[in-house]
Design a protein around this ligand. Structure first.
Ligand code: DGY
Length: 307
């Protein structure tokens, strides 16, 4: 029997399977444990089930010398120092595949909401600013016939492409190994949607030069990681009208404080990192994380190792 620290409230059926075989120390709160508490609680754990807000790094591994496995409740692993884990022989797993559709749904919801100004219209109604119908009231962008540029051609990017095609959009993509060069995509797309992991290579992939290349009426959608976008450059691009709008599910930092300068930019829609937030998706993510832990603690390879 091993000892597993779960770093957040975990109301999923998968918990029972874990508890049947191992001792579980559950940080039963929706807020993250303070760092010192995390280090202390991890001290005698054999495995960790972590959330994207936890920095899983050398400091944590030093504080938790018995840890041999980390299961991240996410497909992204940018919160984990994978190299450090590999050096120490610690297995790391993630939850690919199960959140593809839910995340693409949020990306497309942001796209439609921005284009058709749904949130803005709702605010007008509630604020008593609903004017009698007139021809230019709330006019926005089209989808059919427009070009959707997908940056990153993994599962979620391809699921976004299917949604775009369903709406009659012309879909192009750019990735390390296929599609068109990023510059070409930025010049052609009416909507640019980001679907890359956050790595040293993709940090600030969208900066001032990239926003300049985008069409003046184009929109940016980011459901990947906040760090893929240079937010100072984004604010400038929105404020100067260089691009028409942006829809973000992810930011730096998260949560984004209400007084963050980014929020003063026009035509910006931000939702609080909810890409995978459906009941079925989160339960499946929990199942995969627990499967990873059960395997690793039994000395078997994780079924969903982070690559
Ligand atoms: C992920 O899985 O990486 C998301 O950002 C959280 O669901």
């Amino acid at each position: 029997m091993g000892k597993v620290l779960i770093t957040r409230a975990f109301p999923f059926a998968a918990l029972k399977r874990l508890e049947a075989e191992h001792e579980v120390d559950l940080w039963d709160d929706n807020a993250p444990p303070p760092r010192d508490v995390l280090l202390e609680r991890a001290a005698n754990a054999d495995a960790l089930l972590t959330i994207i807000t936890e920095k899983v790094d050398a400091e944590l591994f030093d504080a938790a010398p018995s840890v041999k496995a980390v299961a991240n409740l996410a497909v992204g692993t940018d919160n984990i120092d994978l190299e450090e884990a590999a050096k120490r022989g610690i297995a790391v797993g993630n939850t690919p595949g199960v959140l593809t559709d839910a995340t693409a749904d949020i990306a497309f919801a942001l796209l439609l909401n921005l284009a058709r100004r749904v949130s803005e219209g709702e605010r007008q109604v509630r604020d008593g600013e609903w004017a009698p119908w007139y021809p230019t009231h709330m006019i926005g962008g089209d989808t059919a016939g427009m070009t959707l540029g997908i940056v990153g051609w993994g599962r979620i990017g391809q699921a976004m492409a299917r949604r775009g095609e369903g709406f009659g959009m012309n879909v192009i993509h750019s990735s390390r190994s296929s599609g068109v060069p990023l510059e070409e995509l930025l010049e052609e797309a009416d909507y640019v949607s980001l679907h890359t992991p956050l790595t040293a290579e993709t940090r600030h992939l969208m900066g001032a030069a990239e926003f300049k290349r985008m069409k003046p009426g184009a929109y940016l959608i980011n459901t990947a990681r906040g760090g893929v976008v240079d937010q100072v450059a984004l604010r400038e691009a929105l404020s100067s009208g260089e691009i028409a709008g942006a829809g973000l599910d992810v930011t730096v930092p998260e949560p984004l404080p209400p007084d963050d300068p980014l929020l003063s930019a026009p035509n910006l829609l931000v939702v609080p990192h909810v890409g995978s937030a459906t009941i079925r998706t989160r339960s499946r993510m929990a199942d995969m994380a627990v499967d990873n832990l059960l395997a690793a603690l039994a000395g078997r390879p994780m079924p969903h190792p982070a690559s």
